[in-house]
Design a protein. Structure first.
Length: 295
């Protein structure tokens, strides 16, 4: 058997042949990496976001390797009409769309009391409204045309824990999980699946500049924060995304898969702080604890 290589696509070539995927925020970061992996497996991809310049640059780069397979479309997902227009243009160009990846997001760290109500709206509107706009527009198109599509949303692990200092994002992402779980049941009758990936830290320019600026980056070392001791590699996330949108995952719906090297569990377990105890200290500790038993 061939040894697995985490740098490569795990699915067989052609696994996504004939799939047309709409990736929101597909011009940068994880959206760009997922787009590249989908293309490698045979899909065509529409990438949509606000900054046409970024989209065009990514499309030019990827179209060189996969001619005619990437369509960049400017779209602010907060505006339902723009989303509907994007879906219509994508269908006109590729003939259909059968996968939506809700990847676009907005986020930044801030004590909540420092936020204006407009700042709160801005993040929730991108994350939650943008995701339900996209899901509603594509869902209506799928149901009208009898297409058994699927939606993959990129969430976060704080969908189920909440998180201080990114409260608008936490509210928005929790809503995206609720959307995923609710529609997984409601739209199963149409053969539509909805799932989510909750990533831990995967370095991207967009996230790092807004969430881990230099002044505080030392507080967030993977050695301390992530039990597996490192950040995620984009290929690890894109492999999971390829699987979840493919027919190999045809029985999976309403699921959120965490991919975080154990990060959130480390924050949750009451005694996980004991990871910081050096192994040579355990002999002493054991003696003390045993003594305590007989007192
Ligand atoms: C306080 C802020 C602020 C800050 C903006 N605002 N930045 N308030 N602290 N750092 C306020 C503004 O003053 C304004 O309110 C309101 O928010 C809207 O700001 P705009 O700059 O006009 O908004 P816009 O141009 O739409 O940009 C949206 C954005 C921006 C979210 C602020 O950062 C963006 O475009 N982000 C997209 C990419 C992104 O965020 N990627 C990271 C995703 S990472 P007022 O009251 O002044 O009008 C992620 C991962 C999480 O989600 C998990 C990691 C492990
Ligand atoms: P990123 O590169 O900043 O991606 C965010 C994308 O969203 C950008 O391409 C941006 O493009 C797009 N976008 C923002 N507002 C939009 C709008 N109104 N309409 C359309 N598109 C919009 O950051 P990333 O790290 O790759 O994040 C990708 C996804 O992963 C996000 O959902 C994020 O929450 C999630 N995530 C990331 C991490 C991580 O560690 N990186 C961890 C957990 C979850 P424009 O500016 O051109 O609009």
């Amino acid at each position: 058997m061939e040894k697995s290589d985490s740098k490569n696509n795990m699915l067989r070539e052609g696994s996504l042949d004939d799939q047309v995927v709409l990736v929101t925020g597909g011009g940068t970061g994880l959206g760009k990496s997922m787009t590249a992996s989908f293309l490698e497996l045979g899909a065509s991809v529409i990438i949509a976001s606000r900054k046409l310049e970024n989209l065009q640059k990514t499309a030019d780069e990827l179209n060189e390797q996969f001619p005619g397979k990437v369509l960049p479309l400017q779209c602010d997902i907060r505006d339902y009409d723009q989303v509907e227009e994007t879906v219509a243009k994508g269908v006109e160009y590729f003939g259909k769309i059968n996968v939506l990846v809700n990847n676009a997001a907005g986020n930044f760290i801030s004590p909540t009391e420092r936020l204006s109500h407009r700042a709160f709206d801005t993040v929730v509107d991108i994350v939650l409204k943008g995701s339900y706009n996209s899901t509603l527009a594509i869902g209506k198109y799928w149901i009208e045309n009898g297409i058994k599509g699927n939606v993959l949303s990129i969430t976060t692990t704080y969908t189920f824990t909440g998180s201080a200092y990114v409260v608008p994002s936490a509210c928005g992402k929790a809503g995206v999980l609720a959307l995923t779980q609710s529609l997984a049941v409601e739209w199963a009758q149409y053969g539509i699946r909805l799932n989510a990936i909750a990533p831990g830290p995967f370095p991207t320019k967009g996230a790092w500049t807004r969430l881990f600026p230099n002044e505080i980056s030392s507080l967030f070392s993977p050695d301390k924060k992530v039990p597996l001791g490192r950040f995620g590699e984009h290929r690890e996330l894109t492999n999971l995304a390829c699987y979840m949108i493919s027919d190999y995952a045809a029985f999976m719906t309403g699921e959120q898969i965490v991919l975080d090297g154990g990060e959130w569990l480390q924050g949750a377990g009451q005694f996980n702080f004991l990871r910081q105890v050096p192994s040579e200290m355990w002999d002493e500790l054991e003696k003390t604890v045993r003594k305590g038993k007989s007192e």
